[in-house]
Ligand binder design. Structure first.
Ligand SMILES: *Cc1c(COP(=O)(O)O)cnc(C)c1O
Length: 360
C-alpha cells in the first residue's frame, strides 16, 4: 500500500493531488434542489416524437464531428449574430476546459470575480494555469476598481464573468461588464448558463469586440442530462479552440435530442417562464422568514444566509426532512452561513419552505 502511495505522490502533479474531487452528493429519495436542474420532464406530447428521432440515429456510425445541422439550428435559436462562429462542448464545462487548455502558455493566467462558478478555478488548476480571484463587492456587484487593478497587474489571458453569477444569482451591471471588456488585454468569456432566467444577454454585442465570447448551455433550461454547451464568438478564436476539441465530443444521441428540443423550444420556454414566476414566489417566502437573508436572483436558484443557527446544521436538518439544497458555508468569506436552493416545482418549493421553517 505505501508503495503505491509513493508512486502516486511521485508521478501525479502536486496541484492535482491537492485538489478535492468535484463532489456530487447522492440525492436518491430526496427533493433535489441542489443543482439548478429544471424540475420538469419533457412534455408528454413531445416524448413520442423525440423517441422516434432517437430511433433513427445510426449509432453504429460515428457522429457528425462538426455537428453541422445542430449548429445551424442553434445559430438561429440562440440569436447568434451573422459573422460569429460556434463551438459545441460536452457541457459548458468542456468548453471552459478547451479554452484553458488552449490558453495555458507559460506565464498566462485566468481571472474571475469571486465567489463564482467553481469550475473556472478548478479547471485552471487542472491545466496548470494560475487563477486570480477578485473579490466581489459586499452586494455581489463587480468591484470595478479592484477588477481594473487586478487586470492591469496580472494581464489575464482570459476573464470569466458568469452573467448572472453563480452562486450569488445577481446579474452584474452591464456597464461594469463593458468596463472589464474594455480594460482586458485578453479574452472575456461571458458565461450565460442562466440565460433562460436572466432577461439580458451580451449575445447581440458579439462583434462589438474581437475579444468577447458568449457561452450558453442547455443544462439549466431542462436538458442537463444531454451535456451540450455552446460558445459563440469570432471565428479566429474558435478555429484555434476547435483544434483542442476531441473530434466526437458531441455524441449522436445528444445531437439528435438537442436538434429535436431546439425545434420545440416553446415547450421548454414555457417551463422556464413557470420557473421564473415560481422564483419570485419562493423569494417572497424566504424574505418573510425571520433569521433568513435572501438575495434577489436573475437565475433559477436563490442564495440565502441563515442567521439563527449554523448553516451546516440547517442543511443537515433540511436533508433529514428530505430536501437537498447546496451548502456553501464551507467556502467561507461572503458565503459563510449561506445555502443555495434551486427553484423546483411549486410542490417542491412548498416542501422546502416547510422544512426550512422547522430547521431554522
Ligand atoms: C451550471 C453552470 C455551468 C455548467 O454547465 P454545463 O453546461 O452543465 O457544464 C456553467 N457555468 C455556470 C455559471 C454554471 O452555473
Amino acid at each position: 500500500m505505501s508503495d503505491i502511495r509513493k508512486k502516486v505522490d511521485a508521478l501525479v502533479r502536486p496541484e492535482i493531488r491537492s485538489l478535492s474531487a468535484y463532489h456530487v452528493p447522492d440525492a436518491s429519495g430526496l427533493v433535489k434542489l441542489d443543482a439548478m436542474e429544471n424540475p420538469y420532464a419533457w412534455p408528454a406530447e413531445l416524448k413520442a416524437g423525440w423517441l422516434d428521432a432517437l430511433g433513427r440515429v445510426p449509432v453504429n456510425r460515428y457522429p457528425d464531428p462538426g455537428a453541422r445541422a445542430l449548429k445551424e439550428q442553434l445559430r438561429s435559436a440562440l440569436g447568434v449574430p451573422e459573422g460569429a462562429g460556434l463551438l459545441l462542448g460536452n457541457g459548458s464545462d468542456e468548453l471552459i476546459q478547451i479554452l484553458l487548455l488552449a490558453l495555458a502558455r507559460p506565464g498566462a493566467c485566468a481571472l474571475a470575480p469571486e465567489p463564482t462558478f467553481v469550475m473556472y478555478r478548478m479547471i485552471a488548476t487542472l491545466v496548470g494555469m494560475p487563477f486570480v480571484g477578485v473579490p466581489l463587492r459586499e452586494d455581489f456587484a463587480l468591484d470595478r476598481a479592484a477588477m481594473r487593478k487586478a487586470i492591469a497587474a496580472h494581464r489575464p489571458a482570459v476573464v470569466f464573468l458568469a452573467y448572472p453569477n453563480n452562486p450569488t444569482g445577481n446579474l452584474f451591471d452591464r456597464a461594469d461588464v463593458e468596463a472589464v471588456l474594455a480594460e482586458s488585454p485578453g479574452l472575456v468569456v461571458v458565461d450565460e448558463a442562466y440565460h433562460a432566467f436572466a432577461g439580458d444577454s451580451l449575445m447581440a454585442g458579439l462583434g462589438s469586440s474581437d475579444r468577447l465570447l458568449v457561452m450558453r448551455t442547455l443544462s439549466k433550461q431542462g436538458l442537463a442530462g444531454l451535456r451540450l454547451g455552446v460558445l459563440a464568438g469570432p471565428g479566429a478564436w474558435l478555429e484555434e479552440l476547435d483544434k483542442v476539441r476531441l473530434p466526437y465530443n458531441i455524441n449522436s444521441l445528444t445531437q439528435a435530442s438537442a436538434a429535436f428540443a431546439v425545434a420545440h423550444a416553446a415547450a421548454f420556454e414555457a417551463q422556464c417562464a413557470r420557473i421564473r414566476a415560481d422564483r419570485e414566489r419562493l423569494y417572497g417566502e424566504l424574505t418573510k422568514l425571520a433569521g433568513v437573508r435572501a438575495w434577489p436572483s436573475r437565475a433559477n436558484f436563490i442564495l440565502f444566509r441563515v442567521e439563527s443557527r449554523p448553516a451546516d446544521e440547517v442543511f443537515a436538518r433540511l436533508r433529514r426532512a428530505g430536501v437537498l439544497v447546496k451548502n456553501l458555508n464551507a467556502a467561507g468569506g461572503p458565503l459563510a452561513g449561506c445555502l443555495r436552493v434551486t427553484v423546483g416545482t411549486p410542490e417542491e418549493n412548498d416542501a422546502f419552505i416547510a422544512a426550512l421553517k422547522d430547521a431554522l
